[in-house]
Design a protein around this ligand. Structure first.
Ligand code: DGJ
Length: 724
């Protein structure tokens, strides 16, 4: 019976395919977006539409006829060396030295994965060289997200050289294009800047290898026709899932069309593809919104939680970290004390940071010890075991920091295995933070790195969390392992990391891990398949942090953005906590150094956060007042059932006598009534908010709003809004 059903489905599917091939139109849709391809009379595949979804399917036929597909431009995956004069998606040097490739449509296949998800696979082939490319498009209907990647393989006699290998390429036709990029450096991540694109190319890329996104993050926003705005206008938000060198190319051509090419950065990365091997590119993930980036962010947040992030719908652990508090200066007794502080605070976990390992080369600063993952006897004479037990006794979980892909030259590991380390054989090394990067293209190194976590877990199954750091870009680029295939290092290195992470995920599927890279220099959706969260920045000065969180929130849900209350900044503990509570709350500060009132405030904030975390971490996020445009900021998380919302209002540096405007909420149910209560108040303080304790309709709150801002500098409020 089951077999018959399958045969019937295959038959129906075959008929559908035939019809599609007959019409030579391929429609990839979400609930709100249509991406339409058409096979031209010349057998090549062209993009005929990417935009809001058509109401009538029949309009697509008009589109196919109307857009008289030109030979130049709009080809879905153009090869290099033919008549397209702009940046190609694919570049191959064939066995005979010829550098031209031209792909023709062969077939398409549609796989329904579930009621919400569908995958379309399009096969293209070169008629002159035995090259095959499969383009994959997975559409998530409800979330309005499409992800796409390509697979390249060949049957030439010897390896071919890939010099371009885009994940995807899309075209836009609009009078003006506006690009928002996210760039920065250590402690100033995700700074948003915008520019209008003109003729020619704008490239956002990185060549840093491991700490790859230190200067540019792997996502962008594209305003089609208008500058990117929060609640209006057609905008595409795109991101690439690749924890290494990436490149986005935006090229406006001679007639004003824009092509956007996303993929691994081909810089110094020509790839020798052997016959039969499949080169799979990273996923390019995008959403198209007709209502500005607010909507686009919520699409990505929903998609990420449901489909991409490790344990995306699960709870998260609040924690006390020791890095900003003790740095490298701690011992067992101090740590056991901090675990008690964690318990006193009410958080779930104590997280031990850098500095717990290394004996011949003790890790007492950042100049030695990386690579030697044995507990340092002078600090921890009894090893890690008593720490795990100590945490258990204190009533909290225990997490630990590692930086597994790195090595200090002052380490046993480097002395024993210099051949495992990326460095030049014939030049003086250049060190970034006194360290070098292990060669993850080498399977022996992969085993070693896997073993760091696996050994810790085997010896101490009670370890509940890892913070996985990566502080150095790849310097001195040479792999002793890859020998004469150096141009594959950047790619094989990242693949090596994924292979380790995959093994770890398989063995420890429920182990939460935080991704960190000297702050937020690793922040991509491929890594987040293996990590439950990431550390956006070492900068926790709360005003700066509002900008950083604002930036990352464009693409990531609050649930994956760790935010800690630290000693950075001179503002009140309340202000620092209110900022951290917008994302996944943690602390990295000496609790015992705080006043009794501050401690009581933090305890209350932790309770509030835990109580409200289904809304804060899983709800819909609306950015209401931008710190980029005003001297204030406001955001709100609204629970999926619209029964509860949490509003955050921050006064940054208001000017004297500045006119203050009420904040209009979004996402509430207009016909429901909501009670407003200010929470996170310092002990003994009463709310002076006029709206405190009052009830308003959702409609009123969204049309008129409430007065939450003040003229005070670095002042904050958190309001709990509850449907009656
Ligand atoms: C960089 C991270 O961003 C910090 O949080 C901390 O873990 C240090 N590394 C430790 O060296």
């Amino acid at each position: 019976m089951k077999r018959q059903l399958i045969s019937l489905l295959v038959l129906c599917f075959g008929i559908f395919q035939l019809q599609a091939a007959d019409k030579q139109v391929i429609r990839i849709s979400t609930a709100a977006t249509d991406l339409i391809f058409q096979v031209g009379a010349n057998g090549r595949l062209y993009q005929s539409y990417l935009g809001p979804r058509f109401m009538n399917g029949t309009d697509i036929e008009c589109l196919s006829k109307d857009r008289n597909v030109a030979a130049q431009g709009w080809e879905v995956y153009p090869g290099s060396g033919m008549e397209d004069y702009f940046e190609p998606a694919l570049g191959i040097t064939h066995n005979d030295g010829n550098m031209a490739t031209l792909l023709k449509f062969v077939s398409q296949e549609v796989r329904r994965i579930d009621t919400n998800v569908e995958e379309t696979i399009i096969t293209l082939k070169d008629e002159v060289y035995p090259i095959e490319v499969k383009l994959h498009y997975v559409s998530f209907a409800k979330e309005n997200v499409i992800k796409s990647w390509s697979e390249i393989c060949h049957r030439e006699k010897k390896p071919v050289t890939l010099f371009r290998y885009a994940s995807a390429m899309f075209y836009f036709e609009s009078p003006r294009y506006f690009l928002t990029e996210f760039s920065g450096d250590w402690a100033r991540e995700a700074m948003m800047t915008s520019q209008e694109l003109q003729f020619g190319k704008k490239i956002i890329d990185t060549k840093l290898g491991s700490r790859a996104a230190m200067h540019a993050h792997p996502f962008f926003q594209l305003g089609l026709g208008h500058p990117v705005a929060e609640n209006e206008g057609l905008v595409l938000v795109g991101t690439i899932g690749w924890t290494g060198n990436f490149r986005f190319t935006f090229e406006v051509d001679n007639v004003g069309n824009l092509r956007v090419i996303s993929g691994i950065n081909p810089y110094a990365s020509c790839y020798e593809l052997v016959p039969g091997e499949v080169f799979k590119t990273p996923e390019f993930i995008f959403t198209l919104s007709g209502n500005g980036v607010g909507d686009a962010s919520r699409n990505l947040h929903d998609w990420a939680r449901h489909y991409q992030v490790k344990d995306g719908l699960g709870a998260r652990l609040t924690l006390l970290n020791n890095w900003e508090n003790t740095g490298f200066n701690f011992n067992e007794e101090i740590l056991l004390g901090l675990m008690k502080e964690a318990k006193h605070l009410g958080v779930d976990m104590f997280l031990l940071d850098d500095g717990w390992f290394g004996n011949n080369h003790p890790r007492n600063d950042d100049r030695a010890g990386l690579g030697d993952w044995e507990p340092m006897k002078s600090k921890l004479p009894n090893g890690v075991g008593p720490l795990v037990e100590g945490a258990e006794k204190a009533g909290v979980k225990f997490g630990i920091w590692v930086e597994p892909e790195m090595v200090n030259p002052k380490s046993d590991l480097f002395e024993e295995h210099p051949e495992w380390v990326i460095h030049q054989p014939n030049r003086e090394p250049y060190y970034y933070r006194n360290q070098l990067v292990l060669d993850m293209s080498n399977p022996k190194v992969q085993d070693y790195v896997y073993g760091i976590i696996d050994n810790l877990m085997t010896r101490h199954p009670g370890i509940a969390f890892f913070k996985w750091d990566c502080n150095s870009p790849i310097t001195n680029i040479y792999s002793p392992y890859l020998k004469n295939k150096q141009s594959q290092l950047y790619i094989d290195h990242v693949r090596g990391i994924y292979s380790v992470l995959e093994r770890l995920k398989e063995k420890y599927p429920n182990l939460p891990m935080m991704l960190c890279s000297g702050g937020g220099a690793r922040c991509d959706y491929e890594a987040l398949k293996y990590f439950t969260e990431f550390w956006p920045s070492d900068n926790t000065e709360p005003v700066e942090r509002i900008f950083i969180q604002w930036g990352f929130s464009q693409v990531f849900p609050s649930q994956v953005l760790c935010a800690h209350v630290t000693g950075w900044g001179k503002q009140s503990v309340k202000f620092r906590t209110d900022v951290a509570m917008m994302c996944k709350l943690g602390f990295d500060i000496g609790i015992a150094d705080m006043t009794a009132d501050e401690q009581a405030f933090c305890q209350e904030a932790v309770k509030n956060f835990k109580r409200l975390s289904p809304v804060i971490l899983q709800g819909d996020f609306y950015r209401l007042v931008s710190p980029y445009e005003t001297n204030h900021a406001a955001v709100v998380h609204v629970g999926k059932d619209k029964r509860k919302a949490v509003l955050y209002a921050y006064d940054l540096y208001p000017r004297f006598g500045e006119k203050l405007f009420p904040v209009k909420l979004q996402g509430l149910n207009p016909v429901k009534n909501y009670k407003i209560e200010e929470i996170n108040l310092m002990p003994g303080h009463q709310s002076d908010l006029t709206a405190h304790g009052k009830i308003y309709s959702g409609d009123f709150l969204m049309k008129v709003g409430i007065d939450v801002f003040t003229g005070n500098k670095t002042h904050s409020r958190i309001l709990e809004i509850t449907a009656q």
